[in-house]
Each structure stands twice: as C-alpha cells, then as structure tokens.
Design a binder for this molecule. Sequence first.
Ligand code: SF4
Length: 163
Amino acid sequence: MDINGTYFWYYNICTRELWLMSRKIVPDQQDENIDIGRFIHEHSYKRKDKEISFGNVKFDVILDSKQGLTIGETKKTSKYSEASKWQLMFYLRVLKMAGINAKGMLLYPQERKREEVILNEDAEKALLEMEQNIEKICTCMKPPKIKRIGYCKNCGYREYCYS
Ligand code: SF4
C-alpha cells in the first residue's frame, strides 16, 4: 500500500473517512469547507516559501539554514492540530529515511499561529503503529462504522454517512 501523509491525517480524524478516501470515493466537491481548505493551502505563505516534492510527498520549505531544514504544512484551523501533527511527522520520517534531518512547523495563517513539530523516537514508534493500523483499515472490505464526532459537520462525506 502506498500510504502518504494524508492517510495519517484522516486516521487521526475518522477511520471511516480514511477508508472512503483510500477507496477513492470522492467527497462532495461543492462542500464549502473543502473549497476553503484548498484555497488556503494553495495561497497561504506561498509567496515566501518554496514548495518541493520528495517522492510522493509535497511540502513547503520554511527555512533552510545552518541550523537545519524546517518544513511546513499549512492548515486552515488548529482545531485538528493532532491530526496535522502526525501528517507532518510522516513527512519528517520520509526525509529522515533519506538521510535528511528536519523539523516541522504547522502553519495556521488565519489564526496567525505556528507550532513546532519534532520527530523523536516515541513519535517514530507511534507512526509505525499507526501505519500498521491504517493498512488494516484500508484493506478491510467494509468501512468502519459511523462514529458521530464533532468533525462530521465539516466532513465532505456527511451526506454519504447520514442520508
Ligand atoms: S461524516 Fe463523520 S463518520 Fe462520516 S466519514 Fe465524515 S467524519 Fe467520518
């Protein structure tokens, strides 16, 4: 399975959403939350930063100095910071496996907020465990059951789940 950073984000939000997304079941593209998120991701900080691709991973370089490389991930809200953190951890691990040590920065331009993310041994162990769970969930024939959570009201799949 080709697991990317987005899988880690969904895994930490809703495992059902993870399954749907992994099956390429497209959410409601007219959903305004999806549009705003896409717009912010495409336009925030872009004039200052460079977006680089590394394998199947894309991220913004925030700072490349003697102190090291810092990569960033832009989000529209810090409400889901835990999920965003693990997505960024995954990118940091991809770089580490290629011999590049970097730290991460979560960017919330609408809130004028930044949050540092460091990949340490515990985080690497947690990533590995999550990766195994992601694989288990995505290879199941059926999606996980609906679990009503706060995120449902912002989810592009809500019509699919609740109609
Ligand atoms: S609507 Fe709720 S249960 Fe359904 S996929 Fe979205 S977050 Fe998960």
